[in-house]
Design a protein around this ligand. Structure first.
Ligand SMILES: Nc1nc2c(c(=O)[nH]1)N[C@H]1C(S)=C(S)[C@@H](COP(=O)(O)OP(=O)(O)OC[C@H]3O[C@@H](n4cnc5c(=O)[nH]c(N)nc54)[C@H](O)[C@@H]3O)O[C@H]1N2
Ligand SMILES: Nc1nc2c(c(=O)[nH]1)N[C@H]1C(S)=C(S)[C@@H](COP(=O)(O)OP(=O)(O)OC[C@H]3O[C@@H](n4cnc5c(=O)[nH]c(N)nc54)[C@H](O)[C@@H]3O)O[C@H]1N2
Ligand code: SF4
Ligand SMILES: [Mo]
Length: 684
């Protein structure tokens, strides 16, 4: 592009929203004289339909934010104090390579990557980074912090992260929105649900919180956190006793019906009512709706699997469409994730062959607090000596932050953070390195809500001295003496490698997106990709692992009512205008959210002398944090909603909601239990 002194030349560049959101929107950035001046949703991309959410419509404010880190910074004060001075890239990279070489000479497993979905891009995510850590022989990171419990539940039932195509929800007659505040977290699905509603569909929201989505549904079932499997089993009870079953579908396309039937018959609506804290009549009517409406669909989301029994809960819910034959219709079935549709060539992209036969230990990202504090031992291996953080903000988002902070505060831990901003985690870095944003680099994206591949082209030059994540790992590899040719691949080559020849790259270059060939009604004729080829009510694989072969209600680690000291259950769903801890530092969005809030029901508030606006202390044995109370009926009695995920340093007393969450794990998938957490609340 050339600039002109008379009129700016405007070009439009197609990209992809990088954020951890099922909608994976196609973006169009207008650039004038090298400056991005406008960012819009691509009207030609069907799932995006020209619309962006409030958060990402502020992406330019984020990109050109005055507080962006634009040069490498080296720590000069104590850990966590946030005192840094500028340093050159070469000096930083040389020093980092030297430190890592020293650690690796003893045991490379003492080095740990820590990353998640700051960007969902396949290249700036685990592309060059994986090659680097594989070659090094660093510890593996088990990337469990969001979705693994539900993913395993789904895989063990229907065979993959697969399901309905999102656009057909517009034709459903009944939609259960289960564990999702769709208005905030998957806006484009919500628009389709609204279309269905206009055509006469009934919408039911199943969520302990009266969310913005619940407000707009016909019915809201405010169950206690972690009781979804009990609700689903009681629905099955009703399907059986009223014979709202598709016997032909069950006989031909499912496995384990007799066992499931027997179990369901033990879950009367009255029994589930006592567990879930909702009236038995409401459970009966939900089952009637499910059993007698066609086509009927479930938009399941990850909000309901952040409890001990999250994997089993997803299994139970994923059985419901097979019982009624809902899969026969393209507007029936369940959708949790579409990830397994994508033919990603992980070996070409990530090069596990560079491990050369080594099998490093695995660290679960959920237990980073405990693991950073663990000394060397024969069972654990070497104490963690260095962490390289990219695309994540663990000090804010990982559970039991008291321990996470203590871990990152270790003076003998060497920490490098690749970031856009000085996050809570960056404050504990030895080096903060400036990373490019989505407007400044190439990437290629899959989605977990629709089934298109998107290409992201850079729209503007890297700001300041920012470099892409892959550039950092490429340069570091060179300094570590890694000479394999794959470390010379540029980002465009990585974009091409991600799908090999399985996606038309020329189409991606021309149009910015390409649809995968997927079936309209994937399981209308069965054909589930499970070992038996059927929808597995009973899972032989789980039974062989010594687990329950059938789905069941697995009570929370911290069940409601179990502790006299901590009588309130706390969930911590996202505040609508933040995305995890991203965007919290954008003034325009923070102005909408105000301050960290705890929603509390009037009954619970009154019993504690708490009014709206009062500063409260939320506490349990793991710690405490302070926020402002909002007395309202968005909270059900007995459950408080601590809206997340604030930056600690932008909250009230330098902590956030994860100060009280626990590092315990889910039944399947080794996932976190953010919403399985008992607390009490006081004025304070
Ligand atoms: N605006 C916004 N959008 C986001 C995110 C964000 O932070 N902000 N996060 C993104 C990420 S990382 C993800 S993983 C996706 C998916 O995001 P989800 O985890 O599905 O998040 P939400 O849609 O907020 O849905 C969580 C809902 O589950 C409810 N819930 C809590 N416990 C239970 C329970 O035990 N049972 C049931 N039935 N419901 C429960 C909460 O009250 C909340 O309304 O959203 C993405 N989109
Ligand atoms: N209490 C509680 N805790 C939770 C949750 C909850 O509901 N309640 N939700 C959990 C869930 S679902 C998830 S997915 C996790 C999310 O946890 P994270 O994946 O850590 O998500 P973010 O907090 O958004 O942090 C992402 C960081 O990556 C940075 N980033 C973005 N793009 C790039 C890039 O291209 N390069 C580099 N180097 N950095 C980049 C951003 O600036 C941001 O600081 O949090 C979990 N924590
Ligand atoms: S709706 Fe989701 S994918 Fe679309 S712009 Fe917003 S965060 Fe990105
Ligand atoms: Mo997530």
């Amino acid at each position: 592009m050339t600039s002109s002194s008379t009129a700016a030349i405007a070009i439009q560049v197609k990209g992809a929203c990088p954020h951890d959101c099922p909608d994976t929107c196609s973006l169009v950035t207008t650039v004038e004289d090298g400056v991005a001046v406008k960012l819009q949703g691509n009207p030609d991309h069907r799932p995006t339909d020209g619309v962006l959410c409030t958060k990402v419509s502020r992406y330019l404010e984020r990109t050109y934010h005055p507080e962006r880190v634009l040069q490498p910074l080296k720590r000069v004060g104590p850990k966590g104090a946030g005192q840094f001075e500028p340093v050159g890239w070469d000096e930083a990279l040389d020093d980092i390579a030297g430190r890592l070489k020293g650690i690796a000479a003893v045991d490379p497993q003492a080095i740990l990557p820590y990353s998640y979905c700051g960007t969902m891009g396949l290249v700036q995510g685990e592309g060059m980074a994986s090659r680097f850590f594989h070659r090094l022989g660093a510890s593996f990171l088990d990337r469990t912090i969001c979705a693994t419990a539900g993913a395993e539940g789904l895989v063990h039932t229907i065979g993959g992260k697969l399901g309905m195509r999102v656009e057909f929800f517009a034709e459903s007659r009944l939609i259960l929105i289960w564990g999702s505040n769709a208005i905030g977290s998957s806006l484009h699905f919500w628009r389709l649900a609204q279309e269905a509603k206009r055509r006469g569909a009934k919408l039911v929201c199943i969520d302990p919180r009266r969310s913005e989505t619940a407000d707009k549904c016909h019915e809201h079932i405010a169950l206690l956190p972690g009781t979804d499997a009990a609700l689903a089993l009681a629905m099955m009870h009703e399907l059986v006793v009223n014979d709202w079953l598709d016997h032909d579908y069950i006989a031909r396309h499912t496995l384990g019906w007799e066992g499931l039937r027997e179990r369901a018959l033990r879950w009367t609506p009255e029994r589930a009512s006592a567990v879930c804290g909702v009236p038995a009549g409401q459970i009966r009517s939900l089952a009637r709706d499910w059993g007698t409406t066609e086509p009927a669909a479930i938009r399941l989301n990850y909000g309901m699997q952040r409890v001990r029994g999250g994997g089993n809960a997803v299994r139970a819910v994923a059985c419901l469409p097979a019982l009624t034959g809902a899969w026969r219709h393209r507007a029936g079935g369940v959708l949790l994730s579409t990830s397994s549709e994508y033919p990603i060539d992980a070996a070409a992209l990530r090069r596990p062959d560079l491990l050369a036969g080594r099998l490093p230990r695995t660290i679960n990202m959920v237990t980073i607090g405990d693991d950073l504090l663990r000394p060397s031992s024969p069972s654990f291996g070497p104490a963690i000596g260095a962490v390289i953080v990219y695309n994540s903000n663990p000090v804010a988002v990982a559970p039991e932050s008291g321990k996470v902070v203590a871990g990152f505060a270790r003076e003998d831990l060497f920490t490098v953070v690749l970031e856009h901003f000085r996050t809570d985690t960056a404050d504990y870095a030895d080096y903060i390195l400036p990373a490019t944003t989505q407007l400044e680099h190439w990437d290629v994206h899959s989605s977990y809500g629709h089934t298109d591949v998107l290409l992201n082209r850079p729209a503007i030059a890297p700001q300041g001295q920012a470099r892409t994540n892959s550039d950092f790992f490429r340069e570091l590899a060179r300094r570590m003496g890694f000479t394999e040719p794959c470390f010379a691949d540029d980002d465009l080559a990585l974009c091409r490698a991600a799908f090999g020849g399985r996606v038309d790259f020329d189409l991606l270059l021309a149009q910015g997106f390409a649809a995968l060939p997927v079936r309209e009604a994937p399981f209308a004729e069965g054909g589930f990709p499970t070992p038996s080829g059927k929808c597995e009510f009973f899972s032989e694989r789980l039974a062989r692992q010594g687990l329950d072969g059938l789905p069941d209600h697995v009570p929370n680690h911290e069940p409601f009512g179990a502790s006299p000291r901590y009588p309130l259950a706390m969930i911590s769903p996202p505040a609508r205008n933040f995305l995890n801890s991203s965007f919290v530092n954008l003034q325009s969005l923070r102005d909408i959210e105000g301050e960290p809030l705890l929603e509390i029901h009037p009954q619970d508030a009154q019993a504690r002398g708490i009014e709206s606006g009062a500063v409260v202390r939320v506490f349990n044995d793991r710690g405490e944090y302070r926020c402002k109370a909002k007395v309202c009926e968005r909270a059900r009695p007995g459950v408080v909603n601590g809206l997340g995920i604030w930056w600690r340093k932008l909250g009230l007393a330098g902590t956030n909601v994860n100060q009280v969450t626990s590092q315990r794990l889910t039944d399947l998938g080794r996932g976190p239990v953010f919403y399985d957490c008992l607390v009490d609340v006081q004025r304070g």
